[in-house]
Ligand binder design. Structure first.
Ligand code: ATP
Ligand code: MG
Ligand code: MG
Ligand code: MG
Length: 480
């Protein structure tokens, strides 16, 4: 039997514990140290002030399994490797070890501890630009552990550079580890064209990014120049679900042990399993991802609503309900029961899930039931419009109202229409969408002014990396 996810998590923490790293429990999905950040998106977030030097760490080395939530990846959910909720395993050095040890540790953990074949691992480094040189040190250390040079690819700043958090502060190159599923999955020859090598979201599908090592190497001055840091640092993030997929030999994170209890429950209720059809597979994956997300958000105290985090939770429940109800035939209580499998499966490590069991059941049931009602009245509106239609296209503004007011996604409208041989007035729909987008932009500007007014501006400029994500999140939320 292949190693299970919880075993990989335990081994990671023990591996770094044995090497002098102090264990930190995951911080909450609600960041405690930055009011401008929507949700925790990386392991290093709880350690930011140790990196900037504002606080002195109690120990120069740390390790954690961090609950992360990336709303910016929500549209990707259903692909083989992007989740909204995931766990990021990390090891951290605050002015202690640097590149060599970070590379050696990662390599030893993956090959000796998890038993991955060394020839399956490919590497990316920072390729260099006018501000900073190619990261030949990292390259050298990877070659020292045995990675052949032709498996090391340089990537630009957009991919392999971190920070600084604001217009000045610590920053530096990144180096990533990719798993190679084999040439048969590739689109071309990486030795001929680097676009077929590992890298970025656009990378070749034969490769999967599993671990990112960030080297805090420079201090960026306000004028943009880089000065070598006296106290360098390391911040790494290894995705637990992706690493588990690799260890268990599956292409999709959903085919790991982590989602098996949810799929079993759905099968019990609806008789649907992974592999039945593409449409139900997508629905199953969205439900599996989103039920984890909602369980963890509720356990950290988030409640459904129309603002910020509250809206993220509402959106998760609605999106999951849409799939569960309209594609899999699950009712609100059944969706809540699927979310409860997360409590059973992950509650040993994340005890907050067990404490929140009743809340999870109640909130998911109620919110899903409310959405089913909205959805059903949307369907009525759609039907009555259809019966009034006398030839021609289905009006775009009605499709927009269905989407905007009834949470009835336009894809579903299109599908229903296609079944009746009617097409949608796409231009009219786009026009209604555009009008709403400009209203949303106005609202976002108002939000920025509000943040500035309560003194958030300083925090904003201190930590630009996540602010960008937050703006995305905000715009996504307003557009939905
Ligand atoms: P990708 O390029 O695949 O979107 P990333 O470069 O955005 O990943 P990092 O910010 O480097 O990811 O995060 C560190 C690690 O966390 C990644 O190497 C990956 O294993 C994991 N990870 C990041 N985003 C996700 C996600 N949406 N779902 C699952 N795991 C993720
Ligand atoms: Mg990446
Ligand atoms: Mg990403
Ligand atoms: Mg990365």
């Amino acid at each position: 039997e292949p190693m299970q996810s919880y075993e990989i998590r335990r081994r990671f923490l023990e591996f770094f514990g044995e090497r002098g790293h102090r264990f930190y429990p995951s911080s909450s999905l609600i960041p405690y140290n930055d009011p401008t950040v929507l949700l925790t998106t990386a392991g290093m977030q709880q350690f930011i002030t140790f990196f900037t030097g504002e606080d002195k760490p109690p120990s120069p080395r740390a390790t954690s399994a961090q609950k992360c939530f990336r709303t910016q990846d929500i549209e990707e959910v259903g692909d083989r490797h992007h989740l909204t909720f995931f766990e990021m395993m990390g090891n951290f050095s605050f002015g202690d070890y640097f590149k060599k040890e970070a590379v050696d540790y990662a390599w030893e953990f993956l090959t000796a501890e998890l038993g991955l074949a060394p020839e399956r691992l490919w590497i990316t480094i920072f390729e260099g630009d006018e501000d900073a040189p190619e990261d030949l040190e990292a390259k050298r250390f990877w070659m020292d552990v045995g990675v052949p040079e032709e498996k090391i690819f340089g990537l630009p700043k957009s991919e392999n550079w971190w920070g600084p958090p604001g217009d000045s502060g610590p920053c530096g190159p990144c180096s990533e580890i990719y798993y190679d599923y084999g040439e048969e999955y590739g689109l071309g020859d990486p030795s001929q064209d680097p676009k077929y090598g590992p890298g970025g979201d656009e990378g070749d599908p034969r490769f999967l990014e599993i671990w990112n090592l960030v080297f805090n190497q420079y201090e960026q001055r306000k004028d943009g120049t880089l000065v070598p840091l006296a106290k360098t640092g390391v911040d790494t993030g290894m995705g637990l679900e992706r690493t588990t997929a690799v260890v268990q030999g599956v292409r999709y994170v959903y085919d790991t042990d982590l989602y098996a209890p949810a799929f079993e429950k759905i099968k019990e209720f609806a008789g649907v399993s992974v592999g039945d059809s593409d449409a139900t597979d997508r629905a199953l994956r969205i439900v599996a991802d989103h039920t984890r997300g909602m369980a963890f958000l509720i356990a950290d105290g988030v409640r459904p609503g129309n603002q910020r985090r509250e809206y993220v939770l509402r959106r998760m429940i609605r999106r999951a309900t849409l799939q569960a109800y309209s594609r899999l035939g699950l009712g609100p209580e059944q969706l809540a029961a699927v979310a409860e499998t997360v409590v059973d499966y992950m509650g040993d490590f994340y005890g907050e899930l067990r404490e929140a069991r009743e809340d999870i059941r109640r909130i998911v049931t109620d919110e899903a039931a409310r959405f089913v009602e909205i959805f059903e009245s949307g369907k009525e509106l759609l039907e009555s419009e259809l019966s009034r239609l006398d030839g021609g296209n289905f009006p775009g503004d009605v499709a927009f109202t269905l989407h905007d007011t009834y949470g009835f996604p336009v894809e579903v409208t299109r599908e229903v229409l296609a079944e009746r041989g009617v097409s949608l007035d796409e231009a009219g729909y786009e026009a209604a969408m555009d009008a709403q987008r400009s209203r949303a932009r106005e609202a976002a500007r108002g939000y920025d002014r509000a943040v500035a007014a309560f003194g958030g501006q300083e925090i904003h400029s201190r930590f630009v990396g996540y602010e960008r994500e937050q703006i995305e999140t905000r715009i996504v939320a307003l557009e939905d």
